[in-house]
Every structure is written in structure tokens, then in C-alpha cells.
Design a protein around this ligand. Structure first.
Ligand SMILES: [Zn+2]
Length: 285
């Protein structure tokens, strides 16, 4: 019976989740199939790298990166159009609709980027970072619609409270998405992308939060009509801070787009490798 080319099969000794369904494979033989989903167990024992992960999940994350790119490119276009139309004194409707489409893509991107990896199905904490990011992203989306379409219809104070709350929640979502992306960079693995993502993970939310506070300071001064005194100088500082934050955010924005393109090609490569090496995709192996 003993075959010198094949060692005697021994059961898996540590907790090892199935990459396709999360079932704990401990105690089973590596040559067998997962009792829960029927896929080959060998695919789940190759390590934590993305190229050894579940291809269906990886494809969803890749979609998230593409949607995020579209969301940012539309955001840039909307910003550009808003500046041009504000200069022309026009209140254009279609940039507002385009902005709504862009933010819907952004919400979809957040959901794809934070989609649950099957192997964590049985071990995830009920109140996870993933769910907190998703809930915040929904709040940002709803808040954004109130600000976009409710300005002029709702009291100015209410609009400003929503703007600040949605802005701060948006900063948290930006942090969360980059936190997830950074985890993926460690599993590509690619140190360059990881470094850039860490840099963005701290600076993007910090700039967004500062921008919100600066805008709030300016709005308070403008709405109260103060022209001198300490409140007016707070407004002036807020205005200056807002300008520097806008410049910094623009640079970070470009950097983020470059990083997303790098993630996209890395994920595509991992996906090609995962479908090529996944024993589940090879028949009679
Ligand atoms: Zn399974």
C-alpha cells in the first residue's frame, strides 16, 4: 500500500478555515473535499496570499477597486464643473445628478471592498470594522443627498450639522477603505503599495476632517455676518486652512488614483493565478 512518492496522509492539525465557505478543516485530510461546500481542501492550505484566496470574493474586491476609481474620476469631473459653473454664476442641475451617480458608485465600491471573505464567515465578530464602515458609508450617502438637494429647502443650520456629520463619517469611511486596501497589499505582497496606502490611510481622513472643520468655521462666521473680533479671525484662519487642505487633498487624490490603478493590476494578476492554481478548477488532479 505504501507509495514512496506520496507520504502517508495526516490530518490537518491547526484551525484552518476553508477559503470557499469558512468551515474549519481541522482534523480532516488535505486530500479530501470540504464537507460543507465540497471544494478540494488542498486549495485552502496554501497560505494567506491573495492568489490563494477564493476567486469569487477576489473578483468582487477587484470590482470594488474599479468602482472606486470611477467614483473618484467622476468626483474630479464634478468638482471641475462646479468650479467652472460657479464662475459663470450658473446653478447647473446635471453636475448634481452626476454627483449622485458618483456617490452611488462610491457606496457600491465600499460594499465591494469590505465584502466578507468566505473564510472568515464563522469567525467574524458580530460588530466588525467591516459593518461599521458600511453603516457609515450609507450615512454619508444619505447625508450627501440632503445637502445636495435640501439646500434652500431646509434650515441652513440643519444643512450645516448634516454636512459636518457626513464629512466626519466620510473621513472614517476613507480610513476604513484604505485600512482594508492596506491589508490586501500585505497579501499581494507589495511593500511599495503598502507604504503608499499607509501614507494615504492617515493623511486622507485627517485632511477631510480638517476640511470639514475649516468649512464649518467659515460658515459660522459668514452666517452670523461677523466682520471683526475673535470670531472673524477664526473665520479667516478657517478660510486659510481650507485652502491648504484643498491643495493637499488634490495631491492626495491623484496619489490615491495612482495607487488604485496599481491595486487593480495586482488583483487581476492574483485572480489569474488563483483560478489557474486553485485545485478546484482542475478536474481529475
Ligand atoms: Zn468549504
Amino acid at each position: 500500500m505504501a507509495d514512496p512518492t506520496h507520504p502517508v496522509p495526516s490530518p490537518i492539525e491547526t484551525d484552518s478555515p476553508c477559503i470557499h465557505c469558512g468551515y474549519n478543516l481541522r482534523g480532516l485530510l488535505a486530500e479530501a473535499n470540504c464537507p460543507e461546500c465540497g471544494q478540494q481542501i488542498a486549495a485552502s492550505l496554501q497560505g494567506d496570499l491573495l492568489r490563494f484566496s477564493d476567486p469569487v470574493w477576489l473578483r468582487r474586491v477587484l470590482l470594488g477597486v474599479s468602482l472606486k476609481l470611477w467614483n473618484m474620476l467622476i468626483g474630479m469631473l464634478v468638482g471641475f464643473v462646479a468650479i467652472v459653473s460657479a464662475g459663470a454664476g450658473a446653478r447647473a442641475v446635471w453636475p448634481m445628478l452626476l454627483a449622485t451617480v458618483g456617490s452611488a458608485l462610491g457606496l457600491w465600491a465600499t460594499f465591494c471592498l469590505t465584502s466578507q471573505e468566505p473564510k472568515t464567515t464563522l469567525t467574524e465578530n458580530p460588530i466588525s470594522l467591516r459593518k461599521t464602515i458600511r453603516t457609515s458609508a450609507i450615512a454619508v450617502m444619505i447625508g450627501g443627498q440632503f445637502v445636495r438637494y435640501g439646500t434652500g429647502l431646509m434650515p441652513a443650520t440643519a444643512i450645516w450639522v448634516i454636512t459636518v456629520a457626513a464629512g466626519l463619517a466620510g473621513a472614517f469611511v476613507a480610513y476604513g477603505e484604505l485600512f482594508y486596501l492596506r491589508r490586501f497589499a500585505l497579501r499581494i505582497p507589495n511593500e511599495g503599495i503598502e507604504f503608499l496606502t499607509t501614507f494615504l490611510m492617515w493623511l486622507v481622513p485627517a485632511c477631510l476632517a480638517l476640511g470639514v472643520l475649516a468649512a464649518a468655521a467659515v460658515a459660522i462666521v459668514v452666517s452670523t455676518g461677523t466682520r471683526d473680533g475673535p470670531l472673524a479671525s477664526i473665520g479667516a484662519v478657517g478660510g486659510m486652512l481650507g485652502f491648504f487642505v484643498a491643495v493637499a487633498l488634490f495631491i492626495l487624490f491623484i496619489c490615491y488614483i495612482v495607487v488604485l490603478f496599481r491595486y487593480r493590476s495586482a488583483f487581476r494578476r492574483a485572480l489569474d493565478q488563483s483560478t489557474a492554481t486553485d485545485p478546484a478548477s482542475v478536474t481529475g488532479a
